[in-house]
Design a protein around this ligand. Structure first.
Ligand code: PMP
Length: 364
């Protein structure tokens, strides 16, 4: 990119150049108001325009119908681990969790405080390299919802299609933090989708919740006001002061994604980027290894190791010298992780692949 680095961070992550430049041009004096977005009332006309446009652009981008609320909340995706059971079930009611990595495991553990969750499938014994075929998931017919993580940011496993909750009243809930807006999703198949913004769509500080309207009226009495979807929806995400600047940036990203041809075009670019990176790993005669089963490899986070693990540190250091930064794997799993969200250009991935080939040639 023009800033001289390719940033492979997992989140907060690289944002589109055009968005940053637009934000820069509007930072000091937003559209002649004499104020920045950070300095103005969240109830004034400028911010009203910003949040409404962000919502309507997101609705266009993902074809979200009026049956759903779109909320801009705080507390990160981690707060949704609690908000989901607090809003969707009673404290003694069961809910099903598919555990495909660290994040869905965290969601399950947090939900234990607020409902009676069951792990209906876990990939832990296979080091979170797989996603089950949906017929082996032992769903509880009484579960209030079925929860999964659409893309495990640390382990690099991604759902390519979605399970159907078995119980008629049961609803599908997904944490899409790390693949939100990376490909089309049929929102109508879900009861609730949530996503921290700081991977694909903006800065940290805002979490997007898309929730079916008919599901939000019956939260548990202990639900903190900030976590109550009905209250947030009735107040158009302005019950209290929202993360105004973060919402503004998300709005610029949604606008940019629409300008780029919408979500289908985004998906095609992401598939191409992921394809050349996985091909480089698989074509390295075992020098680089991606442990994830091929059919469920993430198009967003590509974790890999070097067969000679003692070379990993040098690999990451040398890549950084060549201005490819933040390639270190998550501290819980080690290795290398290249996060290639929407805003990572194809040239960044091509650069990385060229470096990988060169590095291998220099370490025969
Ligand atoms: N879910 C997923 C899939 C994530 O990647 C993350 C953050 N890396 C979280 C949840 C937690 O998000 P936050 O830090 O916004 O609470």
């Amino acid at each position: 990119g023009d800033r001289g680095v390719y940033n492979f961070a997992a989140g907060p992550a690289t944002l589109p150049e055009s968005v940053l430049l637009k934000a820069q041009s509007e930072l000091y004096n937003y559209r002649g108001s004499g104020m920045s977005i950070m300095e103005m009332s969240h109830r004034g006309k400028e911010f009203d325009f910003v949040i409404k446009k962000a919502e309507s652009d997101l609705r266009r981008l993902l074809s979200i119908s009026d049956d759903f609320y779109v909320l801009f909340l705080q507390g990160g995706a981690t707060t949704q681990f609690a908000a989901v059971p607090l809003n969707l079930c009673k404290i003694d009611e069961p809910a099903d969790y598919i555990v495909t990595g660290s994040w869905s495991d965290k969601a399950f553990k947090e939900s234990q405080k607020f409902c009676k969750p069951n792990v209906v499938w876990s990939g832990k014994s296979e080091k979170y390299t797989k996603i089950p075929s949906f017929d082996v998931i032992k769903q509880n017919p009484d579960a209030k919802y079925l929860h999964f993580c659409g893309n495990e940011t640390i382990h690099g496993v991604e759902f390519k299609d979605y399970p159907v909750p078995k119980n008629k009243t049961s609803i599908l809930v997904a944490d899409m933090s790390s693949n939100f807006c990376s490909k089309p999703v049929d929102v109508s198949k879900f009861g609730l989708i949530y996503a921290g913004a700081q991977k694909n769509v903006g800065p940290s500080g805002v979490t997007i919740v898309i929730v079916r309207r008919d599901l939000v009226s019956d939260s548990q009495p202990i639900t903190p006001v900030m976590l109550d979807y009905k209250i947030q929806a009735d107040n158009a995400s302005l019950y209290n002061t929202p993360p105004c600047y973060a919402i503004y940036i998300c709005g610029l990203v949604f606008e940019d994604l629409l300008d780029q041809g919408g979500i289908k075009a985004v998906e095609e670019r992401n598939a191409k980027k992921a394809g050349i990176l996985y091909d480089a790993i698989d074509g390295s005669a075992g020098f680089y290894i991606c442990p994830v089963e091929k059919s469920v490899r993430s198009h967003m986070n590509v974790p890999f190791t070097l067969a000679r693990s003692e070379l990993e540190k040098t690999f990451i250091e040398e890549a950084a010298k060549e201005r490819m930064v933040q390639l270190k794997g998550h501290r819980s799993v080690g290795g290398v992780r290249a996060s290639i969200y929407n805003a990572m250009p194809l040239a960044g991935v091509e650069n990385l692949v060229a470096f990988m080939k060169d590095f291998q040639a220099r370490h025969p």
